[in-house]
Design a protein around this ligand. Structure first.
Ligand SMILES: Cc1cc2nc3c(=O)[nH]c(=O)nc-3n(C[C@H](O)[C@H](O)[C@H](O)COP(=O)(O)O)c2cc1C
Length: 145
């Protein structure tokens, strides 16, 4: 089992209907191929957590990267995991408005590290790791409560 977290920038003309299309497709496909996760969309930025078998996830991420609806995909964290964080979610969705203040702050911290890091150095960045884990855990805890 593998987990991947990446961010990307939405195309400037992305409409709410595009997000609905993405989610509709993602949920149907992910159910079939055993992928679970979380998609966050805030101020033109996507952050997605994908969990599943390594080869399935690699193929899916390659497809996602080519999607015209976003650009500049950056993998922030890729790691083998013993268990899923989102076992019940084929693709949970959190728009920026649904985030708590602390989560929005963490997302800002994540994006400012990403902005200041050279591509390829994300996985070694100690604070990025902390922010990502805090953010993802807090979204998960909130929904479990
Ligand atoms: C931000 C973002 C997240 C996406 N997440 C998923 C996903 O979790 N699962 C999925 O199957 N497709 C996802 N997609 C859609 C894929 O990029 C792609 O459009 C879809 O898999 C269809 O691919 P195909 O046209 O090659 O069949 C996502 C697209 C974007 C822009």
């Amino acid at each position: 089992m593998q987990r991947l977290i990446y961010t990307s920038s939405a195309r400037y003309n992305l409409k709410p209907s595009h997000i609905n299309d993405i989610l509709g497709h993602a949920r149907a496909n992910n159910r079939n191929v055993g992928i679970t996760g979380l998609l966050v969309f805030h101020e033109g930025v996507f952050l997605q957590v994908l969990e599943g078998e390594h080869s399935t996830l690699t193929q899916l991420y390659a497809r996602i990267r080519r999607d015209w609806r976003h650009t500049d995909c950056k993998a922030l964290l890729a790691e083998p995991v013993a268990a899923r964080m989102f076992p019940d979610w084929t693709m949970a969705y959190r728009p920026g408005e649904a985030l708590e203040a602390m989560q929005t702050r963490l997302l800002g911290d994540i994006m400012s590290v990403v902005g200041s890091c050279k591509s390829g150095e994300f996985e070694d960045h100690p604070m990025l790791n902390v922010y990502l884990r805090a953010f993802v855990t807090s979204v998960r805890m909130r929904d479990a409560a």
